[in-house]
Design a protein around this ligand. Sequence first.
Ligand SMILES: *[C@@H]1O[C@H](CO)[C@@H](O)[C@H](O)[C@H]1NC(C)=O
Ligand SMILES: *[C@@H]1O[C@H](CO)[C@@H](O)[C@H](O)[C@H]1NC(C)=O
Ligand SMILES: *[C@@H]1O[C@H](CO)[C@@H](O)[C@H](O)[C@H]1NC(C)=O
Ligand SMILES: *[C@@H]1O[C@H](CO)[C@@H](O)[C@H](O)[C@H]1NC(C)=O
Ligand SMILES: *[C@@H]1O[C@H](CO)[C@@H](O)[C@H](O)[C@H]1NC(C)=O
Length: 389
Amino acid sequence: MKPLMRSRVDEGEGDKLSGTSSKDWSIGLVKVVSFLVIFVAGIVIGLSVSAHGVRNFSSRTELFFPTPNYPPVCENKDCLSIWSFINPGQLTHEMTDEEIFWRASMVPRKEEYPYKRVPKVAFLFLTRGPLPLAPLWDRFFHGHEELYSVYVHAPPGYKLDVSETSAFYGRQIPSQDVKWGTFTLTDAERRLLANALLDFSNERFVLLSESCIPIYDFLTVYRYLIGSIHSFVESYDEPTRYGRGRYSRHMFPDIKLHQWRKGSQWFELNRSLAVNIVADTKYYTLFRKYCKPSCYPDEHYLPTYLNMFYEPLNSNRTVTWVDWSKRDPHPATFGAANITEDFIQSIRYNGTSCLYNSGQTNICFLFARKFAPSALEPLLNLTSTVMKF
Ligand SMILES: *[C@@H]1O[C@H](CO)[C@@H](O)[C@H](O)[C@H]1NC(C)=O
Ligand SMILES: *[C@@H]1O[C@H](CO)[C@@H](O)[C@H](O)[C@H]1NC(C)=O
Ligand SMILES: *[C@@H]1O[C@H](CO)[C@@H](O)[C@H](O)[C@H]1NC(C)=O
Ligand SMILES: *[C@@H]1O[C@H](CO)[C@@H](O)[C@H](O)[C@H]1NC(C)=O
Ligand SMILES: *[C@@H]1O[C@H](CO)[C@@H](O)[C@H](O)[C@H]1NC(C)=O
């Protein structure tokens, strides 16, 4: 059997190289190659021996088989501990977006976790600097440390000034410049998602800004989000120049006009959708190329993408309340003078009901924007009586 196959291979090679002289040539080549292999192996062994020991062997092999800049850096005893894998703990790293999106897109095939997993809500704060309402959030988070994690994307170089006891302390992720209205904003949102996905206990992901407030107590928010079979990303078809008018024909045929959606950027996603979003290259690239002012990727990418691929999983509504009633290009901002018990109550229960799982609920919103720094004091006064935290 063996000789037969052998001769077939020879025939094949003979066909390609045509003629015995080239066969001789190829035998010569084999000799040269084997000589080289032995020679290089000799050098490697020689070097490693002269460097006293096996420890240096890997660095020597890099001389011949250079790897990209991923030097072995772990000096802990247990670099492969399950804990550092499921929750890397510290948030600083030097991964590029490309690297972290790749890493964050990994999903375990096994359904059972090898540890007692308590699902957490990841609060993703996309800020332009300070967090004036942090004391309100700290009161909201207090006592629920096992059930949430906080991530802050502030301008590069900005250092958040909060006390060590704050939920925001040490929670800044490596960031990049954000220009409102451009894809850098959507990049920042995806960066927040990717960093939060590294903690395998994070199950739901809420995007917030420095002007957002919670309007219910933590456990109400937690149960509402963890228990929902839907994600909360506003997504609607707007047949005007502010909606369909921002669609670009260059996106056809991958994205069709009837699939195009609009919605608020303030999303809430479950883990599997968050993974799909950091893993998407194709549609994100189309948006990056063709959704430029007056098309705003933060208002169209997620609503359209979810509508195209995951529409039964989305509630199509947002859980972040905002007041557009002033017919202004910007939503209303509320300061100290506007904060009353009635006002906050009217956001909590405004008389309409919303679809939740397969039933109805009179809780439509969990968060609200936009609130000025001056609103902090009166809001803190209302937490125990109105918001119940
Ligand atoms: C996300 O939500 C969808 C729809 O409810 C569900 O099928 C999926 O299992 C959820 N993923 C996770 C990780 O909870
Ligand atoms: C969200 O809208 C899509 C159509 O865009 C629809 O198929 C889906 O059922 C809606 N989701 C809910 C929960 O109503
Ligand atoms: C907030 O209160 C001020 C002062 O009473 C008022 O002028 C303003 O219209 C209020 N803003 C909103 C959004 O209601
Ligand atoms: C309550 O909120 C819903 C959803 O934003 C809105 O459609 C409705 O008009 C509001 N109702 C009142 C009475 O403000
Ligand atoms: C907060 O409440 C205290 C006492 O309950 C009161 O003295 C203070 O004026 C209130 N502050 C604001 C801004 O409402």
